[in-house]
Write a protein that binds this ligand. Sequence first.
Ligand code: UDP
Length: 560
Amino acid sequence: MNPPSVVDSILSARYLRKGEKDFTDICRRVASALADDENERARFYEAMISLRFLPNSPTLMNAGTEIGQLSACFTLPVPDTIDGIFDAMKEGAIIHKTGGGTGYNFSHIRPEGSPVQSTDGVASGPISFMRVFNAATDVIKQGGRRRGANMGILNVWHPDILAFISAKKKEGEFSNFNISVMVNDKFMDLVAAKSFETVWLTKGGTGEKITVGQIWNGIVEGIWKNGEPGILFYDEINRHNPTPQLGEIDTTNPCGEQPLLPYESCVLGSINLAACVREGAFDEDLLRDTSRMATRFLDLVIEKNVFPIPQIAEATRKTRKIGLGVMGVHDAMLMLGLSYDSEKGRAWCEWVMKVITETAIEESHRLAEKLGTFPAWQGSIWKDYEVRNAAMTTVAPTGTISLLAGCSSGIEPIFSFAYTRKNTVGKVFVIVNPVFKEALLHTLTGMGYAGDEREKKAGEVISHVHETGSMQDVAWLSAEFRGLFKTALDIPWREHILMQACFQKYVHASISKTINMPGSATKDDCAEALLMAWKLGLKGITIYRTGSREDVVLALKEKE
Ligand code: UDP
């Protein structure tokens, strides 16, 4: 879907290694580095070159190279000692250098103002240390190929929670961090009961009392103001922890799709659903076949991975979690005539995710029979069924690989059906979604337009979409056509949440998704969305209100 020059600029900036010319070279290198035999190599190559399946960026960048680090997601523990804190920072720097992202929960660090025995001084608290992590990330820049990404988490029961919630209030602060508050059911129950006056915690040194309402309003205010903090649901995450015997999970990777134990890492890979649509029909066999291949592919990545530090190698090999997900979901739905914000559309998505997860479990079982279960299998939720991987499915943002595949990212609705893209040398392209273009021409034909007149009319609609991002106000187009081709901002925020919930039903890990709200959304809307997400069993939620951040990542008229 993207013109070759756009793909080329992504490739040369990120993936091409010395001596490589194009995408075929990359696919050849990756397939050869992972496959155990010729047949497998051919299968891996075909799936990647046809853009039906792509692994996460670090695999594309590093497989078959000296670096050999293939995972996108890491979580690192941060203990309450100076040694431990700076070890975590160093480990993070090593991971960023190889293209991975790191998540930290800073809640173990003692609150600001508490005594430091060895020096008779007072502690500076988790937020001040986060600042140092942020500066370190600035310096590393992920080997020049990928910006360092961090997740910073603080539990809602940490005394410094109010300062944490407002840490990113000023635009530009903690720019290398996404921040999220880890809330528990106890807190959410009080919120749901509107017990805002209830004292939630009392600060040690000062005896200051912090109420449920102060925390909740802080979170809601932050989200309304600029989309942060995100929220993670501790109890829901741990109700689905596949290896509870290894401890509770309190950390996720930067974009939230992988809740992981200390030092665990995860490799991601995504199936492009649009590439499974053949002549207007969805090819279920192809999806099953691709899911099987991808499970094997990702399990092999664990085998061939060069882990940055020994603790990560150990924790990752113990559970062997893989993150198989999807991209091109909205594209596929449009090809099949399914609206994103419809019961029918969601039913289809739920079915697709069920097929992928079931197939991944079957394949993981087959691998376990041949190669053995993951070492922490006993005591895990899988104890009655042998599998090789403690968790298999996820939904990644697919920020770069979806550009490469030319499909819509993850489970997100399309942002605009016509937009401008600049390549690295500044050349500008207007990109029109081909499914949209074809459907538009078809609709115009049905309305009696033909030849030049039809082209002219189509041009008018495309210009309008390019200018405003939507065609919901083009009254002369049929309601049916407009109903199908809705964009992220046309789709009501509740429907965004319902879509996330329908995928979460069959996803083992979590889901990276932005719940888009219009600029006119209120703080009450934000609060209601958080409660809705909790009640629907999501593991986390990220909300973004249009226009609320200056450095809008995805501008309407110009992407990148
Ligand atoms: N990630 C990162 N830096 C980036 C983008 C992503 O470290 O600039 C990590 C992060 O953990 C994120 C994961 O990679 O959650 C997957 O992101 P995405 O699917 O967008 O990566 P892609 O494989 O498309 O590059």
